[in-house]
Design a protein around this ligand. Structure first.
Ligand SMILES: [Zn+2]
Length: 464
């Protein structure tokens, strides 16, 4: 994510992650945990199972703001389950089946609690089918104000970090449980329905058009998006893969939004030369004009850009570089827990520095020096607290730490390390400790004291 506004940093309270495991008779069926044990997002995510795929079929009518959906969730029990939870905010559930058998279900706040007719043994594969409908809602305390499902003048936008997915489908809503997605969205003829991944067949019947999207690489739930409205959609290919960009139809075809998105392939290629092969089967980007979207978000393979980045009337390749860098750092290699968000934002901010240098602007070294002089070292990059997870400590100190690492190990080792990291962890999740251990392995020397000082120390570290 990148914000167009300064984020106020509140006092930081660090709370340890809650323990959600149980020591119990291994043969007993027990309820799955109601959250992922991540103190940054209490209640989000669930325990006891691992999702491999979501098949979503939704229909949305902007005239009534009503969404109807059927979600098919394919999962494996990681514990013997008597019941389990999915996250779902608002919306009414009419029917739930587990592997074809009707299941009891009830709601508990943002949870859908499902009790299958028989317990699910540990290791068992199962599918959950949920029929649901209603008027989707925004997430009231979304970071930067506006996450979740927003009804717009001509359609809707489902977007937001760290949570948004549960406002439009039942989900294990935590990045530690990534899955593939097949998404079908039916909207009135004439409107576009954009989402993640490779486009499929588009069909129309009875005044409605169904758009199909498939994301075959594992995707964290907050990286899903749905953008419905009157858009000018450009479909092409780049490096042999589909490239889909979209800007609102009422914006000029040569405006700053369209010209920025038109550089997506060029910028992705530059980043691939630094970070390793582009990790997904499609490219793209979506510009939106709704002023409630005060940020850009790295939704997988197709980032969404809010209007604030283009107010100057000039193209903004910097924000494109930031969101595309997240395709490696955040999307392909995802967070195991939100306290390590500098692994996303530090590298995405550093990518802005790399791009500026490549594009004839200031060098990464100069950006480092300027930022070093301006940094408040009381704000840590690692475990900054929920209130500061989108603060300068995460973004700027994260980028400073990345450049300090580069200065310390040298360019050859540094870029080999980045490419190795994104290759080895492709499609998976990681923690700060994982990154430090990998960096030490590749560099063949201790780096933890250096990274600790740059990421979390309370005073300015010595320049490397
Ligand atoms: Zn970001």
């Amino acid at each position: 994510m990148r914000s167009t506004v300064a984020v106020a940093l509140a006092a930081v309270t660090v709370v340890g992650a809650g323990c959600t495991s149980h020591r119990a008779d291994p043969g007993a069926f027990r309820p799955g945990a109601a959250d992922a044990g991540d103190s940054y997002v209490p209640g989000r995510g669930n325990g006891g199972y691992d999702v491999s795929g979501y098949q979503l079929r939704v229909r949305y009518d902007p005239a009534t703001d009503r969404l109807t959906g059927r979600a098919t969730v394919t999962a494996t029990a990681t514990a013997a389950l008597s019941r389990f939870n999915l996250d779902l905010i608002g919306l009414d559930v009419s029917r739930v089946t587990v592997s074809g058998a009707a299941a009891r279900h009830r709601r508990d706040g943002g949870e859908l609690v499902v009790t299958p007719p028989r317990g699910l043994p540990r290791g068992a594969g199962f599918t959950v089918e949920v029929d649901y409908a209603g008027v989707p809602t925004a997430v009231p305390d979304g970071e930067l104000g506006n996450g979740g499902f927003l009804h717009t003048a001509d359609g809707a936008i489902a977007l937001g970090q760290p949570e948004s997915a549960a406002t439009w489908f039942p989900v294990n809503d935590h990045p530690s449980d990534k899955a593939t997605y097949d998404i079908e969205v039916t909207v009135p003829d004439g409107l576009a329905a954009l989402s993640n991944g490779v486009p499929g067949e588009r069909t129309s019947a009875g005044g409605w058009t169904t758009w199909r999207w498939a994301e075959r690489a594992p995707m964290a739930s907050y990286l899903t998006t749905l953008v419905i409205g009157d858009y000018r959609v450009e479909t092409g290919t780049h490096a042999g893969k589909p490239m889909i960009t979209a800007v609102p139809a009422n914006l000029p075809a040569t405006g700053p939004e369209a010209s920025s998105l038109a550089r997506t392939g060029e910028i992705a290629d530059f980043l691939a030369s630094r970070f390793g092969p582009y990790p997904f089967d499609s490219y793209g980007g979506i510009a939106v004009t709704d002023s409630r979207i005060g940020y850009a978000l790295e939704t997988q393979s197709r980032p969404v850009y809010g209007p604030g980045f283009f107010r100057g009337g000039r193209p903004n390749p910097s924000v494109v570089a930031h969101e595309l860098a997240h395709q490696w750092f955040g999307d392909s290699v995802s967070l195991a827990r939100w306290q390590d968000i500098w692994l996303n934002e530090g590298f995405a901010t550093y990518a802005e520095w790399l791009w500026a240098e490549h594009d004839g602007g200031r060098t990464a070294q100069r950006a480092f020096e300027l930022r070093y002089a301006a940094t408040d070292w009381s704000q840590p990059a690692v475990d900054p607290g929920r209130a500061a997870m989108f603060g300068d400590g995460v973004y700027q100190r994260g980028a400073l730490a990345v450049h300090a690492l580069r200065r310390t190990v040298g360019d050859e080792t540094f870029f080999r390390l980045l490419e190795g990291w994104t290759g080895q962890r492709r499609g998976g999740i990681a923690t700060t400790a994982d990154f430090v251990a990998y960096a030490e392995q590749v560099a063949g020397r201790p780096l933890r004291p250096l990274l600790d000082a740059w990421l979390a120390g309370g005073v300015a570290p010595a320049l490397p």
